[in-house]
Design a protein around this ligand. Structure first.
Ligand code: NG1
Length: 393
């Protein structure tokens, strides 16, 4: 008997958005606040419950082969880089909390660019978790679920912070959200109607399950080491957090101590400087948005990019070029967004100025690289959107 097309038999669909981080880059794993928003672009996960433990996922994108595994508390991973590991990560995290979960059959489709620094992988992880919970009639309070999935994603080998899972689950339409950690808290701020954030892809894939993973994890270790050494030099407890360090001493004093050769090597001092300066930019950016202070927000974006490029070494010449061109075309500020090493930039301009900025990027960045015809896919207006939800198919 011919089986019905899957989309027709799915009972529910999870919509899980991507995200663009406006500011607060590479500091979520240091426990410092970040300021992202969710995008309209999203992953859709059509599913129906199975009666056994199997999870079977088919992706409409032919680059991703079907994936199947049994939902339990210890799921063997597929080889590094396999997309299905994000699904396994979600299933394992939930199964460790709820025994005897049934699986789902699912069809995945997405209009989120892959490896572009916009969290397509965390969107999949969140979608799988919401689908499995729905299929089993179980729930986890929202903040707890964000934390559970933030830790759960480490299954794939990246020592990530919790920003992506938190914003994908907790975003509010029309707003960016400041996310604080320990304890986790989301504070939405309305994006002013005449501000336009533009996202532009550098054409360089930033595969965080590939080469960039090592570089990413190395940054997390360096931040930890720098924090411990500065704490020791200040006579503080070794396990003091970055937020407590920032509350204990003015940034200038922290930077002075970190800059002493006996405290930190050159590289660690630069990593430390990025973390503490970025940590102070986030509340300033949130206040600037709340006050509608466009120029101040733009300056903070520029300062963040410089710090990520010069102190944190996570930029790429193509990201730097895009930032430069966006600024020359009239953007008020621009920076790389997400983990870097490729991926995308985010630029801020007035709504009416956006077409000019896009036209300039097309002519000066994409055309010389033979990608002018695809500008519609590579550049888009970021619309602050709501978090993930389960809807009836
Ligand atoms: P992306 O851009 O999705 O690779 C990663 C981390 C975030 C955060 C940013 C840098 C994961 C799932 N995501 O995001 O937690 O550290 O880099 O700010 O590890």
């Amino acid at each position: 008997m011919a089986s019905r097309p899957f989309a027709a038999s799915a009972s529910h669909v999870v919509r899980a958005p991507g995200r663009v981080n406006l500011i607060g880059e590479h500091i979520d794993y240091c426990g410092l606040p970040v300021f992202p928003m969710a995008l309209r672009q999203s992953l859709r996960f059509a599913f129906h419950p199975r009666s056994d433990r199997e999870a079977r996922l088919v992706n409409r994108d032919p680059r991703f082969a079907p994936c199947a595994f049994a939902v339990n508390g210890s799921i063997p991973p597929a080889p590094v880089g396999d997309w299905g590991n994000y699904a396994r990560a979600a299933a394992q995290a939930l199964a460790q909390r709820f025994p005897d979960l049934r699986g789902v059959d699912a069809l995945v489709e997405s209009d989120l660019p892959i490896a572009a620094g916009l969290s397509s992988s965390s969107a999949l992880l969140v979608a799988v978790a919401l689908a499995i919970m729905h299929a089993n009639g179980v729930s986890v309070p929202s903040l707890e679920l964000m934390e559970l999935l933030g830790k759960g994603e480490r299954y794939v080998g990246t020592a990530g912070g919790g920003m992506d899972q938190a914003i994908i689950l907790g975003a509010r339409a029309g707003c960016a959200s400041r996310i604080d950690f320990h304890p986790l808290r989301l504070t939405p701020t309305a994006v002013p109607a005449d501000w336009q954030f533009i996202v532009a892809w550098s054409l360089v894939h930033a595969e965080k399950s590939g080469a960039a993973q090592q570089a990413y994890n190395e940054r997390t270790r360096q931040c930890d080491e720098a924090r411990r050494r500065v704490a020791a030099r200040l006579g503080r407890r070794e396990d003091i957090s970055y937020s407590d360090l920032l509350a204990a001493a003015p940034v200038e004093e922290l930077l002075e101590v970190a800059g002493e050769r006996t405290t930190l090597s050159g590289v660690l001092a630069r990593r430390f400087r990025h973390v503490v300066t970025e940590g102070t930019r986030v509340p300033q950016a949130q206040a600037a948005m709340a006050a509608g202070d466009f120029a101040a927000f733009g300056q903070l974006l520029d300062a963040s990019h410089q710090s990520l490029r010069d102190d944190y070494d996570v930029s790429h010449p193509e990201l730097d070029r895009l930032v430069e061109l966006a600024r020359e075309a009239g953007a008020e500020g621009a920076r790389l967004t997400g983990a870097g090493f490729g991926g995308s930039i985010v630029a801020l301009c007035r709504v009416e100025r956006a077409p000019e900025v896009v036209a300039a990027l097309r002519e000066r960045f994409y055309a010389p690289r033979g990608a002018a015809d695809d500008v519609g896919r590579h550049v888009f207006m970021a619309e602050p959107s709501a978090g993930a939800e389960v809807i009836r198919a």
